[in-house]
Write a protein that binds this ligand. Sequence first.
Ligand code: FPP
Ligand code: MG
Length: 327
Amino acid sequence: MREGNPLQRAARLCAPEMEAVNRCIIDNLQSDIVMIPAIGQYIVNSGGKRLRPLICLLIAKLFGYGGDRHIPLATVIEFIHTASLLHDDVVDAAHERRGAPSANGVWGNQASVLVGDYLFSRAFQMMVAAGDMAMLKLMSDVTNALAEGEVLQLSRTFHLEMTEAECLEVIERKTAVLFRAAAEVGATVAGEKPEVIAAMSEYGMCLGVAFQLMDDALDYIADDQTAGKPTGHDLEEGKITLPLIVAMEADAALRQRVQEIADRDGYRDGDRAWVRQRVQQQHGAEETMARAQRYAQRAAEALGRSGDGGIRTLLQQLAAFAARRDS
Ligand code: FPP
Ligand code: MG
């Protein structure tokens, strides 16, 4: 239990359940339309951390749950996540993810969107098959929030007046809701009381915010190899994220340059490196990471004194790790 980072330790602890999730993923990617399992397997096996299903499994274990109701639900969460990434890389015109060409880079945008639709609808078929109306409601609300978050983000493209609060709203909707759902599903299948489910929900939400804030910080400080995708891309895509907001508040020249980039709708030679350097000089990424660490702390506090002590500690470490990870 001691060796490796918290993610590796959590994966080891939940290895049998995670194996069942992996089997469930494969089973539900079967289709006689060969492109579906091909693209599905490509993205599902492309080195993702399976963090969302893991949180679901770990929280169920925190409360001593020994059944298997959470296996298809954890799979549903991974499918919705995967579908959202397939769509996201098309929307963001991204060609790399997790250190490899993204699915749209290999098969093109149309195939990515359509296989994303397949995964998304498969997830809902699986929930209907499970016949659990409460879970169906939870996951349909989550998916709706995801889509809202993305549309909100799109409507704020190159919006230099973006505030920290708006930025957090986008993050909660586009990323944290799925982490929240994962935690909520784990506590719900374990039959916990509503107060406990709400506390776990808060844990998932705060961990999700910490995770995305780190992602936003890394876009300004990590190298491409560490991040597994080209960095310095958020601004190019018109995303005004927290490191940039923080830095622009203190640096009028940076704000001016960002306005010029917005006016011509993209970088010109040297813009990426220049902006990156100014954001670093203003400690925009450090400030963002400090916020991420505060969210990780909130996540840890939300766990209170619930469930098994050892697993609780691991969940706390996992939250801290999400705010410290280097990719
Ligand atoms: C990654 O953010 C993207 C998300 C967290 C969510 C994407 C959601 C959708 C496209 C909504 C629609 C999906 C469905 C199935 C209804 P990012 O672009 O900031 O991070 P990245 O650098 O990893 O791409
Ligand atoms: Mg993206």
